[in-house]
Design a protein around this ligand. Structure first.
Ligand code: SF4
Length: 248
């Protein structure tokens, strides 16, 4: 069994210490593990190097493709654990790409981490369209579910899976984080909230953007929408701190 991670530079897995920039744990120091591969293809994806490899013609805003061998590394979960533990984490965020594509392997990694650090918290960032193995659900403390709206450009039949969204909405470990690009997206968030009965205190809206300027511009009207709808608002702290860079 092995895990396929993204890289910061060729051959170096993207495992790093930073602050969680988004959602319910924003501001917490965490060690991040970024996995490679995704089942979706969002037009504005800020980690296209995890999935848009040479030959992939699905549309993307930047229209870049990436050499797979330079942007992926496959390693044993024990080595991933060793690298994470060397950073002395109290909280680990597993992100991607879409981490749940490697759910069975993650169910092997997380016990290694939790056995070494009593009380360690583990959260997973997911687009919510891939079912987690039961063993993994039991191990993870928090799921950050980011269902992709129509502006992402994905086929809604792939991105929004009703039975999974129902399960996530009923899961007390799950928090929803909707990426919003324009005021036209608000009605779609409202519809999904009503359809799946997502509790408002577990629903975040977050502006789309990979630069501080556009994030601030969108935040102004999106904050007002959050107040109007009784939703929570999430910024993208890491973008303001570090810009759109790998390993942050
Ligand atoms: S689901 Fe996430 S990783 Fe996958 S394409 Fe969309 S934004 Fe990128």
């Amino acid at each position: 069994m092995s895990l396929t991670l993204a890289t910061t530079v060729p051959g170096e897995p993207e495992i790093f210490a930073s602050l969680q920039g988004e959602g319910p744990s924003a501001g917490r120091p965490c060690v991040f593990v970024r996995l490679s591969r995704c089942n979706l293809a969002c037009r504005w994806c800020d980690t296209a190097y995890t999935w848009r490899f040479i030959g992939d013609i699905r549309p993307h805003r930047d229209d870049l493709t990436f050499e797979r061998s330079e942007n992926q590394i496959t390693i044993d979960p024990r080595e991933v654990a060793m690298r994470v533990l060397a950073m002395r984490p109290s909280r680990v965020v597993i992100t991607g790409g879409e981490p749940l594509l490697q759910g069975a392997e993650l169910a092997k990694l997380i016990p290694l981490l939790k056995e070494a650090v009593p009380g360690l918290q583990v959260e997973i960032e997911t687009n919510g369209s891939v079912p987690p193995p039961h063993a993994l659900t039991m191990l993870v403390d928090q799921f950050n579910i980011s269902p992709k709206l129509s502006h992402s450009g994905n086929d809604p039949n792939l991105a929004l899976v009703p039975e999974l969204l129902r399960d996530w909405a009923a899961n007390q470990k799950a928090w929803f984080k909707f990426v919003v690009a324009s005021p036209a997206d608000i009605a779609e968030v409202s519809e999904l909230q009503a359809l799946y009965r997502i509790q408002p205190e577990r629903l975040f809206v977050m502006p789309e953007g990979t630069e501080s300027g556009p994030l601030r511009t969108r935040s102004k009207w999106l904050a007002q929408e959050a107040i109007t709808h009784n939703w929570r608002f999430s910024d993208r702290l890491h973008i303001h701190l570090y810009g759109d860079t790998r390993g942050t």
